[in-house]
Design a protein around this ligand. Structure first.
Ligand SMILES: Nc1ncnc2c1ncn2[C@@H]1O[C@H](COP(=O)(O)OP(=O)(O)O)[C@@H](O)[C@H]1O
Ligand SMILES: O=P(O)(O)OC[C@H]1O[C@H](OP(=O)(O)OP(=O)(O)O)[C@H](O)[C@@H]1O
Length: 190
């Protein structure tokens, strides 16, 4: 039986990466794989556990069919390795760090995907991006402007977007994610 794709999305700085890192163990224990993205970000940049490649290498991989999904945003290219299809075919669920702008295309390829939108209060978002310090002030402003492009739609076609608030502490968000996915933080031994 096919597994399900869990499509985590939300503004840059909302905490997707932190959430994925904190939930990685319980997710794996609950039959949910987490895939590393391929990004054209410089290797020196802090943060996400991703595979950093040059633009040329990204394009070579894309043309070769290495990506199940790929998109461009924030001046960067992002790719989701095609190996997720094997995991799904093997019946494993897969969580990816997705893009709000690419949700419709992702849903066409994976009609049963579960869209999860990570939210954070506006005032906290700017503060978190500044504190992370990965981007320049101008790049941070551009990311905040990008948010205005996304409406508050709660559904795409028949799919209901599940909202997860990360304005509070991360441990609470991890617990809520696991609850949403019907996984518990400690694997059930019964
Ligand atoms: N619940 C939280 N409370 C406080 N700070 C957080 C929380 N979640 C994430 N952060 C911090 O906010 C910044 C952005 O988080 P990050 O995971 O990089 O976001 P994203 O992957 O969505 O861009 C990081 O500095 C991170 O440590
Ligand atoms: O269409 P959007 O929902 O705006 O998403 C655009 C991109 O930004 C996010 O990455 P991340 O948070 O790592 O952004 P960054 O590369 O700007 O940090 C997200 O995972 C997408 O790859």
């Amino acid at each position: 039986m096919d597994g399900r794709l869990i499509y985590l999305m939300g503004p840059s700085g909302s905490g997707k990466d932190s959430l994925i890192e904190a939930a990685r163990g319980p997710l794996r224990a609950g039959n949910c794989e987490v895939v590393r993205r391929v990004i054209t970000r410089s290797a020196e940049s802090v943060g996400e556990d991703a595979i950093e490649v040059s633009r040329e290498e990204f394009e070579r991989r894309r043309a070769k069919g290495d990506f199940a999904l790929s998109w461009q945003a924030n001046g960067l290219s992002y790719g989701i390795p095609v190996r997720i299809d094997q995991w799904l075919a093997d019946g494993r669920n897969v969580l990816i760090n997705g893009s709000r702008g690419h949700l419709a295309e992702a849903q066409q390829r994976y009609p049963t995907l579960l869209p999860v939108l990570l939210t954070v209060k506006d005032e906290a978002l700017r503060e978190r991006l500044l504190r992370r310090g990965r981007e320049s002030p101008a790049e941070i402003e551009a990311r905040l402007r990008r948010n205005a492009l996304f409406t508050a739609d709660d559904s795409i076609g028949d799919l209901q977007i599940r909202r997860l608030d990360n304005s509070g502490d991360l441990a609470g968000t991890v617990a809520n994610l696991l609850k949403l996915l019907s996984l518990s933080a400690t694997p059930d031994r019964t």
